[in-house]
Structure formats: C-alpha cells, structure tokens
Design a protein around this ligand. Structure first.
Ligand SMILES: [Zn+2]
Length: 443
C-alpha cells in the first residue's frame, strides 16, 4: 500500500510556546492531531534558518554534506544549481518517481522556484505575499536593499541617486499593488495560510499524494511592529526591549491563528476521506529568538529557542510507536517518510545524537549598518556547530574554538568538572562530524 503524506512546515514556530510542550499558547488542533499520532520531544533542526534546513529535511543531508548555506562572503542561493547531486535525493522527487501526485505550496519566498526548492514536485505554487516581493524578482540591487533592511524611502532615494528611474517607477507601482493586496488579504496577520486552504479545499486529492506546505504566519513581519529581522540586533537595548514586548505578544497571536489554519487543513483531509491513510507531519524549520541570549531573530546562533523544534507525526492508520531515547534530527525525515508510505514504523527517526550548524550571517548587511556595527557583525559571521547527546548539548564557535554552550538537561554545566570527560567526548563527536572542514576546536 502506498500511503499518502502531508507535510506541514510551520516556519519559525518555537517549540517552547506550544501547550503540548508546556508553553502558554493553546494549539488545540495540533493537540488533536497529537492524540492520533506521536509527539516527539527531542526534535532538532540541522540549521537555524530556512534554506539550509529545508534542503536538509528534503534531502536527508546535513549542511556540511549538501553545502547550501550563506555567509556574508558565500552566497549559495540556488539549491540545485549549486549542488546537482541533491536533485536525485529530494524526497519530492523520490515520491514523484514512485507515481505520487506531488504538490508543494509555499508562502515563503525562500522556499520557491527562486531557490530551486520546488525541484522534484509535479506542481509547486509560490504564494509569497511579503511586501515588495513582486519587485524583488526583477532587480538585483533591490533584492539586496530589501534584505539589508532598507526602508521604502531609503530605497527610493538610492534608486534616484543611481538614476534608475524606470526601476523606481516599477517599485512604486509594485508598492501600491502590494499594499492593496495586503489589505485585501489581511497581511501581515495572514501571510498566505487562508490562500493555501482555499487551494487545498478545491484541489484534487488523487492518491497516493505527497503534499508539502510552508506556512509563514509566525515569521516576521508582525503587526504593530517595525521588526526587520537580524538587523534588530543593531538597535539600542531600550529600543530592543520595547520592540520585543510588542513582537512577542503578536507572535503568540499568530501561533493561535496558525493553529486555526492547521485545523482547516486537517478538516479538508477528513472531508476528503483520506485522513486515515495519510501520514501527517507538523514541524518547524527553526524558532525565533527574542533577545533571550542577547540575540534577536534566527540564523546565526544555535540556542535551543532556535534549533529545538516541535514535531508531531500522525502515521497512516493512526499507528502509535513507543518513545525511544535519543533525538529526532530533521535530516532523518526522508527515511521515515519512505518507511511510513510503505506501512513501516518510525525507527529511522530517532538517533543517539543530532547536530546543528550555522556558517554566518545569512542576510546582506548594508554598508551603513556594517559601519556602525562591525564588532557585532564579525561575531555573527562565524561558523558554529552543536551536538546533542544523552541530555547534553555542546556548541562550539569554530573561528576561535570557543565553547558557547555546554549544558545538561537545559542547565549550564560548563564549569562542572565532573562532566569534563563528557565534554571531551562531545568535542570528538564534532571533530568527526565536521570532516575536512576548517573549524577550530577547543584545546
Ligand atoms: Zn524558516
């Protein structure tokens, strides 16, 4: 029997805010799904930001194998253009070749035709509604400025200075068009989830199917906030605090709304009579840091708020599996998807250890921001690797070989000499994991 797969990726969803994990946000539809499935407590994302994480859980490879990540100097923007061998390993392609009806719907620009993450799918819809995106596809300078956090007026001035009048005109038109679309679609509160639901409810559910959905609701931008991504870190402490209190409240409301949208998707499955024969995966690619460790946004550090993610899987026929000791790295997802489509169990999902990696700053920093924040940018622009094993977590910053975190069950044990042997063992694990990569380890 070829069972179906529905993979719902809730972009930027933090594990610790959800009631299933003891958090304050009641996600009732996720809890209902959990009753028919398995809740995984130790799911780890291989990367703290979108593109590398998606490549990993589509291909089953860690970042140091697939090589798709970004720093200020290295731009590996397009997935399959940069690593041709990935194409054959993508779960979308594997299932398409097995005769699955494969459909991807993404509300995230970074998971789209632009980055090549649509590879392997029979059909892929990009439903990105973030402002100015229409224009982004047409001008390289614009992409850079928007991603660097320039405001609309700064972009206009810059285009005027360069005498790019035609681009400025197009940008203005796109801005107006985007604004009216946003109003009509309740953006930024709804970042495309209702449009996704519209497509799903009217689409053809020919079996067997594989459907991948990326929902952006808890990702920035947020209502009542000028939050602009990693550049938030360049603000004064006072401004950061003010912004974070606004953003956190909004983030929780978005998570509730996200759950409502998830409920609609699950209802469609039930109405179509395919719920029982479908594996439903709900997880996230990374979390969002709200200045807990002096850092805002995602993409640089490997703190728990960023790489420990929620994961609920309902298996075909609502089969349950016993809890196993270890970690559920998202790189194991392709294996467990293949197993579940063939009626198998979840034994490939949990492994003794899991890793997470980052390589530097994944957004371009404008010359002005760089000038004012060089020490901070230098600190962000470094490789980092973390290993999780037996309740321990060790994170190393590989430019200087400094230990950034050494924890046991979430508590700092970096000064506890009784764990020095464990620390050495974990350093050795990272040493093997890093392979030939240039990455300094502690003495
Ligand atoms: Zn993401």
């Amino acid at each position: 029997m070829d069972y179906n797969v529905l993979f719902v990726l809730c972009d930027t969803l933090r594990r610790d805010i959800i009631n299933l994990y003891g958090g304050p946000v009641r996600m009732q539809n996720l809890s209902n799904l959990a009753r028919d499935g398995v809740v995984y407590n130790d799911a780890i994302s291989p990367s703290p930001w979108t593109i590398p994480a998606h490549v990993s859980f589509f291909s089953g490879m860690y970042l140091n194998e697939h090589g798709i990540h970004e720093t200020q100097k290295l731009r590996t923007w397009h997935v399959t253009n940069n690593n041709k061998s990935i194409k054959d390993r993508l779960i979308s392609g594997i299932l398409s070749r097995r005769g699955y009806n494969t459909l991807g719907i993404s509300t995230n620009l970074l998971v789209s035709t632009i980055t090549g993450l649509d590879a392997g799918f029979n059909t892929f819809f990009n439903l990105d509604t973030v402002p100015t995106r229409y224009q982004l596809r047409q001008d390289k300078d614009l992409i850079k400025m928007v991603r660097s956090g320039y405001s609309n007026s700064e972009i206009a001035v810059s285009l005027l200075k360069k005498m790019k009048i035609n681009t400025l005109f197009k940008y203005g038109l796109a801005y107006l068009k985007t604004r009216s679309t946003e109003k009509a679609l309740n953006f930024p509160f709804d970042k495309g989830a209702s449009a996704v639901n519209m497509i799903l409810s009217s689409s053809n559910w020919n079996e067997p199917f594989f459907r991948f959905i990326n929902l952006m609701e808890v990702h920035e931008p947020y209502r009542h906030s000028s939050y602009r991504g990693p550049q938030e870190n360049f603000k004064s402490e006072r401004n950061k605090r003010r912004e974070m209190s606004r953003v956190k409240t909004e983030y929780m409301k978005e998570a509730e709304y996200l759950d409502l949208m998830l409920g609609k998707i699950l209802l469609t499955l039930k109405k179509q009579g395919v719920y029982d024969d479908t594996m439903v995966i709900v997880t996230s690619d990374h979390g969002q840091a709200f200045n807990e460790h002096g850092y805002i946004d995602h993409g640089v550090y490997l703190y728990d708020e960023l790489v420990r993610v929620p994961m609920v899987i309902k298996y075909p026929k609502n089969r349950k599996f016993e809890r196993k000791k270890g970690y559920q790295s998202l790189v194991n997802l392709p294996k467990v998807i293949v197993s579940a489509t063939e009626g198998g169990d979840d034994s490939d999902l949990t492994t003794e250890s899991a890793f997470s990696e980052s390589y530097g700053l994944n957004v371009p920093i404008s010359g002005r921001d760089l000038k004012n924040n060089r020490p901070l940018v230098n600190l962000y622009e470094r490789p980092r690797k973390a290993v999780f094993e037996g309740g321990f977590k060790l994170t190393i910053e590989g430019k200087t070989g400094r230990i950034e975190e050494f924890m046991k069950d979430g508590k700092d044990v970096s000064n506890d000499i009784k764990y020095s042997k464990v620390r050495k063992e974990l350093i050795d694990k990272i040493d093997i994991f890093k392979g030939q990569e240039k990455f300094l380890l502690p003495e």
